[in-house]
Design a protein around this ligand. Structure first.
Ligand code: PMV
Length: 314
């Protein structure tokens, strides 16, 4: 059968409220970050060549059949072909991403999302967002064992999402009452999610009451965040981000570099700021009025942010 090349992409993501507590059943809110993205391109190969997977950024190339069977790209491709009951196509699948790795912006989930979508389309069975999200969740388990599912969900749906782990009704896509702008800044310190999630779990096992109370308060912040986002009460979101940050500090997942960037953003005029994702490195995000963006971004860069990204939540 002659097939035509297919390309799919997937955005990065940032967690606005509720990281870590979401692993323990509390709600969280995440938004897509479309200024960075992963893309997957599938092109036909000569008959009998099988499927070759190329990760451009990692300078790696695998054959689906002969490659390490636990490599995330191989797992994602196998799960997709099994899900759509398609034989292994003769093709080359290339993934590329502008999303920094291990920095809380969902690079792993975005690469898997782009791959799953492109491969399914290539074999003629385009998938729904729910199907893509479910398959990517399985791949995410390799990255960090007990993912809440928020990354694959917000990235596969590509919309601001209110997420509760295991909710029977599935994810709730938010309608944003008034658009607002976020400035994301990278500490440049990679922080593997699994390590930080494991550390929080150990803390919770040691001090279940204290951690349990922090998770509940973070969940309360996320619920209130939802109300304010839907009501278009943008001014009230900044203080809520600050409150979330101080609870994350109590959980032990901030870091001196994050603390500095968060403080610099606030002093330069951000309405609120917090770490984003697992923490102990990676990115922070700040709520910034449009007229203050240049000033806050410049202050963050002077303070050592390796890059800043501006994104609108709409
Ligand atoms: O570092 P990230 O963006 O993958 O953040 C993970 C968010 C956590 O709540 C810390 C873990 C999870 O599975 O939700």
């Amino acid at each position: 059968m002659t097939r035509i090349p297919v390309q799919s992409s997937a955005p990065g993501k940032a967690i606005l409220f509720g990281e870590h507590a979401v692993v323990y059943g509390e709600p969280a809110i995440a938004v897509p970050v479309t200024q960075v993205e992963a893309t997957a391109t599938v092109t036909p190969a000569a008959p009998g060549r099988g499927l070759t997977l190329i990760a451009v950024d990692l300078d790696q190339s695998f054959s689906l059949v002969k490659g390490p069977q636990d490599a995330p790209l191989v797992v994602a491709a196998r799960l997709t072909l099994d899900h759509v009951s398609a034989p292994v196509p003769d093709a080359t699948l290339t993934v590329e991403s502008s999303i920094p790795i291990a920095s809380g912006l969902g690079s792993g989930a975005a690469v898997s999302t782009a791959l799953v979508r492109a491969l399914a389309s290539f074999v003629g069975v385009p998938l729904t967002a729910a199907e893509v999200s479910g398959l990517v969740y399985e791949v995410e388990k390799i990255h960090h064992g007990t993912p809440s599912g928020i990354d694959n969900t917000v990235i596969a749906y590509g919309r601001p999402t209110y997420f509760v782990r295991g909710a029977a009704a599935g994810p709730e896509l938010l309608s944003v009452g008034a658009p607002f702008r976020l400035l994301i800044a990278d500490t440049g310190v990679p922080s593997p999610t699994k390590r930080v999630v494991d550390q929080v779990r150990k803390g919770w096992e040691r001090e279940p009451d204290r951690y349990g109370a922090l998770f509940e308060r973070i969940g309360g912040v996320a619920r209130e965040g939802r109300r304010r986002i839907e009501a278009g009460d943008v001014d009230a979101l900044g203080p809520l981000m600050d409150e979330n940050q101080s609870l994350l500090v109590d959980l032990g997942v901030s870091s001196p570099r994050l603390d500095v960037l968060i403080e610099v953003a606030r002093s330069a005029g951000a309405a609120g700021a917090k770490l984003a994702g697992a923490g102990q490195g990676g990115n922070m995000l700040a709520l910034v009025r449009p007229e203050m963006l240049d000033e806050v971004a410049a202050a963050l860069e002077r303070a050592g942010a390796v890059r800043t990204i501006r994104t609108d939540v709409t």
